[in-house]
Design a protein around this ligand. Structure first.
Ligand SMILES: NC(=O)c1ccc[n+]([C@@H]2O[C@H](COP(=O)([O-])OP(=O)(O)OC[C@H]3O[C@@H](n4cnc5c(N)ncnc54)[C@H](O)[C@@H]3O)[C@@H](O)[C@H]2O)c1
Length: 450
């Protein structure tokens, strides 16, 4: 058989295994993205091997336990018991799987530049075990060019060629943790490939378990799609944060404005203001494009401006708090007792990465305030890279007594299931960055929106 037809036979064999769902799939990075993805793939019938460098997570998962609140122990235990999923730290097992999906972190460095060390590290772990017929797909959010400019050369070091010996693609994860309406399988997936064969294999695989695939021209296009989605959010959130400040100075409630504007059946999409951006995506991803755009002598002014406005929000909230405390109660921040409601970066999740609340606590304490927090999702603040100083602090109960002992309650996250009435009734001043009191039907004169 000629080289050409051997290759065609190998592609068809892989396609058949993928569409028959008897291929074995490796997922690298068992985090907020990797774990739900594994659930979706394993539930479709594939066998999944999860790879992580964190041995504790691997042990926990193999014992049938989840460390992410919205993923149940029972769902992990069932997959382990049915032998559909197991987790390992030994990357040599990559040689046994047919396809490898990469879901490792893509943070910014201290100088706010893309930190590709996790992607590079992963590509270097795969390279020695790469074999003919492997399908490798990057899912981590990153700038256009990462898959082919950064990963491909590392993978080809051993002599195998992309598009000939193995197949390389990019398909961005669109996970929205905690969103019960749109779980992994209900979200369509954009797919890009390094060449036509890679693209068709990537699409054939994801078509087995998601609500449709959208093939695009290249890995770069797929990478750009994900950044565009997140930049769109960052810029629009900055816009409503700016409007919030302007309207507030005019005595207009931005929340009422957004609600009324949303009645327009076309051409308007509501975004909501808040205490600043949080999470692993929206505050970070736009700057991946900013960095890459410099290579083309282009500055991304919208992105920078949105970043400036969103980053200024914690200071704005504190200014509002400080002046309300001063005007209404004749008190300063020094010595004031502040009860923060919510340290997670968004409602109904325990994820605190990049949470603007940490900046708020830092600024309040620097000005001499005594800060306590209540968060039903975060009983104790774990050690984090960005804020090790807060590790070990514990959530206080929310009851009339704790509310009465605070000078100000500051609502940073609008978790459902928190009784906002308690602070409205027992705390002299409530600063609400999420319009939570109005939504809970307990708006009152002591509530200030910020
Ligand atoms: N969290 C979200 O909501 C979300 C949504 C869409 C896209 N994303 C993107 O998905 C990617 C992953 O994000 P996440 O939130 O799942 O991160 P995470 O921190 O929750 O999980 C990443 C996992 O990768 C592991 N890891 C790190 N380096 C590794 C290596 N070299 N080999 C193997 N494992 C390694 C870590 O131990 C961790 O378990 C990021 O690029 C992120 O931008 C995240």
């Amino acid at each position: 058989m000629s080289k050409q037809s051997t290759r065609a036979v190998a592609i068809e064999a892989l396609r058949r295994r993928l569409t028959a769902r008897d291929a074995s799939i490796g997922v690298i990075g068992l985090g907020y993205v990797g774990l739900p993805l594994i659930g979706a793939i394993a539930s479709a019938g594939f066998k999944v091997v999860g790879f992580d460098i964190d041995a504790d997570k691997v042990t926990l998962l193999n014992a049938g336990r989840s460390y992410i609140r919205h993923i149940s122990d029972a769902s992990i235990a069932a997959l382990v018991k049915q032998r559909r999923f197991r987790a390992v730290t030994d990357f040599a097992e990559l040689a046994q799987v047919d396809a490898v999906l990469i879901c490792v972190p893509t943070p910014l460095t201290r100088h706010r530049e893309p930190d590709l060390s996790y992607i590079v590290g992963t590509a270097e772990s795969i390279a020695p075990h790469l074999r003919r017929g492997h399908l490798i797909v990057l899912e981590s959010t990153t700038y256009p060019g990462t898959t082919r400019e950064v990963m491909l050369p590392i993978l080809e070091r051993g002599g195998l060629k992309s598009g000939i010996d193995f197949f390389l693609g990019y398909s961005p994860e669109r996970e929205d943790p905690g969103n019960t309406q749109y779980s992994t399988t209900k979200i369509p997936k954009v797919v890009g490939g390094d060449g036509a064969d890679a693209l068709s294999l990537v699409a054939a695989f994801y078509d087995q378990f998601v609500a449709g695939t959208i093939p695009v021209a290249s890995c770069e296009t797929a990478e750009a799609v994900k950044l565009t989605e997140n930049i769109f959010r960052a810029v629009n959130i900055a816009l409503v944060n700016e409007l919030k400040m302007v309207y507030s100075a005019m005595g207009i409630d931005v929340w009422e404005v957004i609600k009324a504007a949303s009645s327009k059946p076309f051409g308007f999409m509501p975004f909501y203001p808040g205490p600043g951006l949080g999470g692993h995506c929206i505050p970070i991803d736009p700057f991946y494009l900013t960095w890459k755009a410099r290579e083309y002598d282009i500055s991304t002014r919208f992105i920078e401006l949105a970043g400036e406005i969103n980053t200024a929000m914690p200071r704005y909230v504190i200014e509002r708090l400080q002046s309300a405390l001063n005007e209404r109660h004749g008190k300063g921040l020094k010595g004031a007792r502040i009860l923060i409601l919510g340290v997670a970066y968004k409602k109904n999740v325990e994820d605190m990465r990049e949470s603007p609340t940490f900046k708020i606590i830092e600024l309040l304490e620097a000005r001499g305030a005594a800060v306590a927090y209540h968060d039903p999702f975060v009983a104790e603040i774990p050690r984090s890279r960005e804020h090790p100083e807060f590790a070990g602090r514990r959530s206080v109960p929310l009851n009339p007594e704790t509310a009465r002992s605070a000078d100000v309650a500051l609502i940073c996250t609008d978790h459902d299931g928190v009784d906002y009435r308690i602070v409205v009734e027992h705390c002299p001043l409530v600063i609400d960055t999420r319009n939570a009191c109005a939504h809970a039907g307990c708006a009152a004169a002591n509530v200030v929106k910020a």
